[in-house]
Design a protein around this ligand. Structure first.
Ligand code: PGA
Length: 254
């Protein structure tokens, strides 16, 4: 089935940047990219810069995302941030289940699924991350691992929510290491994920869900990765912190 999926490129700034840095980077991106591309562009600054970035993005086509959220709607949960609070800052997307959260904050597939549900409840769209470690890949378990993560991280979502989810395949060994998956490796896992989506949720849904690749995406490898048939965009870490490299990646995505 031929199905047009709008490319989506998101910048995951991680725990980088003060408010002045965030403002400056956002201005450069906004001025260079607004109306320039058919790609959906999402900036995911740290919580502390969301409001400043939202103000800079007013009237532009770039969208705002957050990097995490609480699975709970409100209450006595010191230090946590709820979906509704994000939504009140013009946040549209939220990354859930990033490997750094799975690794350093013990996030399980079940928790990721609850966070995705919490995002939808407040009108946000989750970017659900998954990916295998080097050990898992070398043991030949990549498909088993990402298949389990896919099913577990979407558990309990309604069909009309699953179709809206953005997935991000991020092999852990490629994140921040400069080692990117080859275009063929990425395409192979993306095709596997789409096949698994077809089994779990049907062909229509599988054909509509956008799957980003993430892990050391740079201007010089973006085109090859982003032209694979099942790669619908990128989740960019390090290279999203510089306006010129992030913009170059976006130009390779349409
Ligand atoms: P990287 O990070 O581009 O710096 O490898 C990607 C990510 O963790 O989303």
């Amino acid at each position: 089935m031929d199905h047009h999926r709008q490319p989506i490129v998101a910048g995951n700034w991680k725990m980088n940047g003060t408010v002045p840095f965030a403002r400056e980077l956002t201005r450069s991106l906004r001025d260079g990219l607004t109306g320039q591309t058919d790609t959906e562009i999402v900036l995911c600054p740290p919580f502390t810069a969301l409001d400043a970035v939202a103000r800079e993005l007013e009237g532009s086509t770039l969208l705002l995302g957050a990097q995490n959220l609480s699975e709970r709607p409100a209450g006595a949960f010191t230090g946590e941030i709820a979906a509704e609070q994000l939504a009140s800052l013009q946040v549209r997307y939220v990354i859930v289940g990033h490997s750094e959260r799975r690794q350093y904050h013990q996030e399980s597939d079940a928790l990721v699924a609850r966070k995705a549900a919490a995002a939808f409840a407040a009108g946000l769209t989750p970017i659900v991350c998954l990916g295998e470690t080097l050990e898992e890949r070398e043991a030949g378990n990549t498909e088993q691992i990402v298949g389990r993560q896919l099913t577990g991280s979407l558990a309990g979502l309604a069909a009309e929510q699953i179709v809206q989810c953005v997935l991000a395949y991020e092999p852990v060994w490629a994140i921040g290491t400069g080692k990117t998956a080859s275009a063929a490796q990425a395409q192979s896992v993306h095709a596997f994920l789409r096949a698994r989506l077809t089994e779990n949720h049907g062909l229509e849904t599988a054909a509509a869900v956008r799957i980003q690749y993430g892990g050391s995406v740079k201007p010089d490898n973006a085109r090859e990765l982003l032209t694979q048939p099942d790669v619908d965009g990128a989740l960019v870490g390090g290279a999203s912190l510089k306006a010129d490299s992030f913009s170059a990646i976006i130009r390779h995505s349409a």
